[in-house]
Design a protein around this ligand. Structure first.
Ligand SMILES: *Cc1c(COP(=O)(O)O)cnc(C)c1O
Length: 388
């Protein structure tokens, strides 16, 4: 595979490469100088000019771009089927860059249950900056339509959403955003490009916390914005990336790119294991309710089936009992580590109400599970023992 080939759609045979192939090859090529098959890490902050002052290799200064970030961005754009990608030091930095392309006085429509860091940016930082936001239940299409104003410039969705894994109909909300002439952004972190393609369903931009499944090993923080077209908005985000400077290090880029090589296989296993665990919990007498879009009892199971290839690795469970009972079950688990975040190879459990603090609307008896790559029967044994 040659550079650029995967990012530009059709392969030599004229067929579009499948995601497993893209995950292995996009942005990767044998180093012409050394023959190295795996890309080297380039810590250099600066790059040589030609005598005429030009930079024929395309690199000048590492904040603007560098070989590891370029390889990662090519790969991320190809995975989502976008025209370009901009990588950041975290998804929160990527989210800020999207809001910064708007102007004070603009209006945003965002979900009540967006990632808590996104909510905090809108409620605190960007509210002070002059951005107005209406927070709505994205599963209620009429409510979204009713929230649109003449100055609405951006509609934000996140699906499945944390921690109840509610499903937003990406195409339906996209139609509302399109009619309003608003930028349409989908946080695709939980589903990953393996399970869901928001750009094909009408999104202009896709956001990822590469910290989660794309990195996949709980050892690197990162974020990315992928754009359907190389338009003014994308160029604006690129400018904020370079001038704001919230960029990932070459080593961070290299780690995320390495994680992506196995992404399709990991996500398939996470999804399969999560469905096993969710089904087990759903039938357990000491469980009140299970939240997982793969269960036929989920309120939007049909929408999930339509827009997702499988249902992902995140499951929430409300145990029978109160906060103390939930904390007790979490304490008895051996394979699940009590920690925040998700998307790594190891299973994690989190009492969401505790981390969200005062004013949380998350039920006190809810535990959020990030289902890892351990054998699902071992996870089920662990959960059964902790619940008994
Ligand atoms: C973790 C997460 C983020 C933020 O990611 P950071 O890299 O920690 O800034 C944003 N959106 C979703 C859905 C997340 O899970």
């Amino acid at each position: 595979m040659r550079e650029g080939m995967m990012g530009e759609g059709p392969t030599r045979e004229g067929t579009k490469a499948r995601i497993e192939t893209v995950a292995v090859h996009a942005g990767v090529h044998v180093d012409p100088g050394t023959g190295a098959v795996t890309q080297a890490i380039h810590p250099s902050t600066t790059f040589e000019r030609d005598p005429d002052g030009s930079y024929p290799r395309g690199f000048m200064y590492a904040r603007n771009s560098n070989p590891n970030r370029q390889a990662l961005e090519e790969c991320l754009a190809a995975l989502e089927g976008g025209a370009g990608a901009a990588a950041f030091a975290s998804a929160s930095a990527a989210t800020s860059a999207i809001f910064l392309v708007l102007s004070p006085g603009d209006h945003v429509v965002a979900p009540t249950d967006a990632y808590h860091g996104t909510l905090r940016l809108l409620r605190e930082t960007f509210a002070r900056w002059g951005l107005g936001t209406s927070f709505v239940d994205m599963t209620n299409v009429a409510a979204v339509r009713g929230a649109i104003r003449t100055n609405t410039r951006l509609v934000w969705v996140e699906t499945p959403s944390n921690p109840l894994w509610k499903i937003t109909d990406i195409a339906a909300i996209g139609e509302i955003a399109r009619r309003a002439g608003a930028l349409y952004v989908c946080d695709n972190t939980t589903a990953t490009p393996v399970l869901q393609s928001p750009l094909e369903l009408g999104a202009d931009l896709v956001l990822h916390a590469t910290t989660k499944y794309l990195g996949g090993h709980g050892d690197v923080l990162g974020g990315v914005v992928v754009s359907r077209t190389r338009d003014e908005v994308f160029e604006g985000i690129r400018a904020i990336q370079a001038s704001g400077g919230a960029v990932p290090s070459p080593f961070d880029c290299w780690l995320v790119r390495r994680g992506i090589r196995t992404l399709p296989y990991r996500v398939r296993a996470h999804s399969e294991h999560a469905l096993h665990v969710a089904t087990f919990l759903h039938e357990h007498p000491r469980v009140e309710q299970v939240h997982y879009p793969g269960l036929p009892t989920h309120a939007a199971h049909d929408v999930a089936r339509r827009q997702m290839k499988a249902f992902g690795g995140m499951v929430s469970v409300q145990v029978r009992g109160d906060r103390e009972r939930a904390l007790d079950v979490a304490a008895k688990l051996r394979l699940f580590t009590r920690a925040t975040s998700f998307g790594g190879t190891e299973s994690l459990v989190e009492h969401r109400a505790s981390i969200e603090g005062a004013g949380t609307r998350t039920p006190e008896n809810l535990l959020r599970l990030s289902i890892g790559l351990e054998h699902p029967d071992d996870l089920i044994d662990d959960l059964g023992r902790a619940l008994s």
